[in-house]
Each structure stands twice: as C-alpha cells, then as structure tokens.
Design a protein around this ligand. Structure first.
Ligand code: GAL
Length: 388
C-alpha cells in the first residue's frame, strides 16, 4: 500500500449528491458533474472529491454479504465510475453508515466494516462518508468509528474517512484519535438563512477542535441551491437564500476551516454561484497549510450589538491574517476592530494593509483600528498584511 501521508491534511474540497438530489442519483449525473468540474474550473480551483451520498445500493446485500450497487442507477458499476472520475484527475467518494441501515434505509456497514472497506478499495474509492443512523444503542459510536477507520487504513488503498455523527456524543472529544480525517459537528444543513446562521453560531467556540488531518465539517454547502432540492423528506420544498446570504455562508465555512463540499446542481449554476464557489482568495484562506481554526473577536460592548455580529480571525502560515467581519443580524452594523485585539498594539509601529477578498481590491493601509459598515446578513473578508 502506498501511504499518502498527506491524506486529510487540508479540508476536503468537492461535491456531494445529497443536498440537491437525495435518492435521485445515477451514474450519468455523476459523470456530468465530473465533466463540469473540469470544464467550469472547479478542478483547477482545487475541488477534487465527487461523492455519492445515500441511496446508491440495493436494499439487500448479496448472498456473500456484499453491498450491491443499484443496477438501474449504476448499470456500469462502481469501478467503471471510479475509472471515469480518475481519468479526469478527480477522486471518487461513496457513503455508508455505522449502523445496520443507512438513514434512508439501505444496508449499513455494522459488522461488515472490514468487508466493506475491502469492497470500496476494489472499486477504487478514495473517500468514505460514514453516517450515524440505526446504530445499536449498546455499542458506542466512538468504537464504531474506530473500527471503520482501522478497516480503511488497512484496506490497501488511501481512503479519506469522513465521519458524520452530526456532532452527537461530544464527538469533538474523541474523533481525532479515532483516525477520521473530517467529522460532522452539526445536524443537517437546510437551504435557508436560519439554518446557515444557526450552524455557524453553534461552532463559533469550537475553533480548537479543528485542524490538519481532522477537520470540523459544518456540512455540505447550500450555495446556489435557491430552494431547488428534491429533498422533500419533510413533505415540501423549503428554503432558498439570497446571493449575499450564500456569499456569507461560503465565507463562514471557508474561514472556519470546514471542508467545502458543493451541494448544488453545478450543471446549471449561475455566474454568481460560480463566483462564490470559485473565489480564489477564500479558497486560499480555507486551504491554508497550517489549518488553524478562526478565533472570534466580539465587538466593543454596545447596546445594539447582539451575538450575531462578530469578527473571525484566522492566522495564516505566511504571517497574514484573514479577518472576517460578519453581520448575521437583521440590520446594518458598523463593526469596529481594534488592532490590539489581534496582537498588534499601536506602539508596535506596524499597520495593516487590507485586501478585500470579495471586491478583489486593496483597501489601503490602516493603523490601530478599522470600522467597516456591513449590511445585514452580509460580511466583509479581508486579508491583512502586517506592514511598517
Ligand atoms: C444524514 C446526513 C446527511 C445525508 C443523509 C442521507 O444523516 O447527515 O448528510 O448523508 O443522512 O440519508
């Protein structure tokens, strides 16, 4: 086995079928996504993994206990699909579950971990998302993630292990040791501003639980979905956000070091969606080599400031700082940053040169403080260089 010791070094970048397509998946869709990754610049921007989520198999294993891809959805089989994706220089991901069944009721990997890991290796799979439904109550999730991690690490192929237990059972306390490369720390995202905001707020004080080789996964992106999901498990279509809200969502996930798994139908993404998903400045921040979490600075206490107005700061490996001014509240706010809160006192004689990562322009040199006005549900992301 060739061990790629850099597997999971940075947050994974890719696409996942669930948010938009749920059960309605097939090999042509996956091939189309792979084609678009190349032709529309996603691959060049760093997006690599194309992941099939739940609902890909038959409802029963075969007589040898193997998982069987649904022949109607995937008539050419998984190895052929993996080859197609690999030929484009991309990587192939699949999905299974800790429990006896997946969340949508297909066979899970419980007591089949080593068999399934071997099967995935034979199909040339590069990524496994591993869910948490139908887990026997008497066995701990911690043990079952350790099991699959060990099975994957010994299956003869480098497979990135993406744990998905929705932040349950204090997962951040034990998941890094289990061997997973990323872990879901939240419940499922919905294509709505409320969902984006709640997920982000829930992770603000968890910066110390993310880092290289085990990233805090805040769930797949809803950027560009505009309410267009067939996920109607709850009985009706919901959601949709404004372009600014999608921009803020992408900024939060990027700054907070989450894997960025696109969830929209990239075959008909509009230009705004592409500009968001392909923002090189944000991707560079997300993929920074040192993989540090972002710390929060609360604005000076003022009667009008609520917990949904804050700054996030990510220390970058080249000495720059990525600084996000986030206004998740419902009205415009001035957000005041005092540079001493960054470790840059006035007496140091240093200033910050600021580059606006969404407007793609220099804002100039600032000393001691910077006070942008940020509209509601919006953000400003700057890359700050320490200068004389
Ligand atoms: C959920 C998971 C989702 C999706 C779904 C499939 O538990 O959080 O991301 O994978 O199951 O049934």
């Amino acid at each position: 086995m060739t061990q790629d010791h850099l597997l999971g070094l940075k947050p994974a970048l890719g696409w996942n079928s669930w948010n938009t397509f749920t059960w309605d998946i097939n090999e042509q869709l996956i091939r189309d996504v792979a084609d678009r990754f190349v032709s529309e610049g996603y691959k060049d921007a760093g997006y690599t993994y194309i992941v099939i989520d739940d609902c890909w198999s038959l409802k029963e294993r075969d007589s040898d206990g193997n998982l069987v891809p649904d022949p109607e959805k995937f008539p050419s089989g998984m190895r052929a699909l993996a080859d197609y994706i690999h030929d484009k220089g991309l990587k192939f991901g699949m999905y299974s579950c800790v429990g006896t069944h997946t969340c949508a009721g297909y066979p899970g990997s419980f007591e089949h971990e080593f068999q399934d890991a071997k099967q995935l290796a034979e199909w040339h799979v590069d990524f496994l998302k591993y869910d948490y439904c139908f887990k026997p109550r008497q066995i701990s999730g911690e043990l079952l993630y350790k099991r699959m991690s060990l099975a994957l690490k010994n299956c003869g192929r480098d497979i990135l292990f993406s744990a998905c237990n929705w932040g349950e059972d204090n997962v951040y306390q034990w998941i890094r040791e289990s061997g997973a490369h990323m872990y879901r720390s939240t419940g499922d995202i919905q294509d709505s501003w409320e969902s984006i905001k709640n997920l982000a707020l829930s992770q603000l004080d968890k910066a110390c639980y993310t880092g290289s080789f085990c990233h805090n996964d805040m769930d797949m992106l809803v950027v560009g979905m505009y309410g267009g999901s067939n996920n109607n498990f709850i009985g009706h279509k919901i959601g949709g956000c404004t372009d600014n809200e999608y921009k803020t969502h992408f900024s939060l996930w990027s700054m907070m070091g989450s894997p960025l798994m696109i969830g929209c139908d990239i075959r008909d993404a509009n230009q705004v969606t592409k500009d968001i998903l392909l923002n090189q400045e944000l991707l560079k921040i997300n993929q920074d080599y040192e993989g540090r979490g972002a710390y929060r600075i609360k604005p000076e206490p003022q009667w009008f400031h609520t917990g949904d107005v804050f700054m996030l700061v990510k220390v970058l490996s080249d000495g720059d700082l990525a600084i996000g001014f986030f206004n998740l509240s419902d009205s415009q706010r001035e957000i005041s940053l005092q540079f001493w809160d960054l470790g840059l006192p006035y007496a140091s004689g240093f200033s910050l040169e600021l580059f606006d990562c969404w407007a793609h322009k220099n804002l100039g040199k600032f000393t001691e403080r910077f006070n942008p006005v940020v509209p509601e549900h919006d953000c400003l992301i700057v890359r700050a260089k320490v200068v004389k």
